[in-house]
Design a protein around this ligand. Structure first.
Ligand SMILES: [Zn+2]
Length: 347
């Protein structure tokens, strides 16, 4: 379920200045002096990110469900590396461009209690660089080659993608494989980014009555399931997230056996397989991923089957009738003095 697409657009697009003076990636070029326009553009950008992710999600689902590629469609390849990374290749030779995506099976619903917003926070931190590629080099390279990139976090998955000319596919795969395991986080790069996320919270939630309402409605609708938790997190918890939280989360979920790489464009399955093995294939499986066990919602109060009865049956078959009603029934009356027997007691 797509609930929170990050509209950040990195690379060559303009950026806006954070109040602290720090440059913030993305958001195209919003003027803070024209908040309504900015909000409209923000919604539009978020909608685009939602659409892109939804379409990609449908493609992945279709690929998984359809099995071997059909003769009349693209020759889709699907394979798994020894380290557990799954790869989907969707050839499309109409233009010499490629979209490269990596989807991690982790989202806000995987956060532990008290750490809301951590999945999205880590999405930001994934741009902080590694020993091999210090902060900014990946985005700068993409800007230089005319590529585009973005990332998004939802309740169930986190994705990163780049769109580049086909000859640069090995380059982006090197970068992406490098940050799958080599991310370097320090207080110097984590804490300022937390301020960026808090500012994003202000823009997207705190200053939006619609978003505030949505936050409250989701929290009220989901009594037990983590979908009731906002993807961006509850602000008081967001303010306390730190480097250790981010690193723990990264080591627990960012591993090749918890990711799917999707490559669509002017490539073939065979050439991608060779590239994937040269790049992602060198990343060691970091941990085993336990099956997702999501808390289930209790049945809505008053619904058929509530109190343990069968669905569609009496609400509480073992409950005793009020004494007055028992006497009334023994006397042979099918109806109470006031009319129908309460619906819940009918059999
Ligand atoms: Zn964000």
């Amino acid at each position: 379920m797509m609930r929170f697409g990050s509209p950040r657009r990195r690379g060559p697009s303009p950026t806006w200045a954070h109040p602290s003076g720090q440059r913030t990636r993305g958001f195209r070029s919003f003027s803070l002096r024209r908040p309504q326009l900015a909000v409209r553009r923000l919604r539009s950008a978020a909608f685009c990110a939602l659409c892109a992710a939804a379409i990609a999600s449908m493609v992945v689902t279709w690929v998984m469900a359809s099995g071997p590629a059909k003769a009349e469609g693209p020759q889709i390849s699907y394979f798994t590396l020894d380290n557990g990374l799954e790869v989907v290749v969707i050839p499309d030779h109409r233009t010499p461009v490629v979209t490269h995506m990596i989807w991690y099976r982790v989202g806000s619903a995987d956060e532990q209690a008290g750490k809301s917003g951590l999945a999205h926070f880590l999405e930001h931190l994934m741009f902080k660089g590694t020993d091999k590629n210090p902060q900014g080099r990946f985005s700068q390279t993409l800007a230089t080659i005319g590529g585009q990139e973005n990332a998004f976090t939802t309740a169930d998955y986190t994705g990163y993608f780049q769109r580049i000319a086909r000859e640069y596919l090995p380059t982006v795969m090197e970068f992406e494989a490098d940050r799958m395991a080599g991310l370097v986080l320090t207080n110097d790069n984590v804490l300022p980014e937390r301020d960026v996320v808090l500012e994003e919270y202000n823009m997207r939630v705190a200053n939006s009555p619609e978003a505030r309402l949505g936050e409250q409605v989701a929290a009220a609708l989901y009594l037990n399931h983590p979908y009731g938790r906002p993807v961006i997190g509850w602000r008081p918890e967001l303010e306390k997230l730190n480097r250790e939280d981010a690193l723990d989360f990264y080591k627990r979920f960012y591993t090749p056996n918890n990711a799917v790489v999707v490559i669509a464009g002017d490539v073939t399955g065979a050439e991608v397989k060779a590239l994937v093995e040269k790049t992602y294939g060198k990343v060691a499986r970091r941990t085993e991923i336990a099956p997702r066990l999501r808390p289930q919602e209790p049945p809505p109060a008053g619904a058929p089957g509530d109190f343990g009865g069968p669905a569609g049956g009496p609400a509480q078959p073992a409950a005793q009738l009020p004494r007055a009603l028992q006497r009334h029934r023994k006397a042979g009356a099918g109806r109470s003095a006031r009319g129908a027997v309460p619906r819940a007691r009918r059999r």
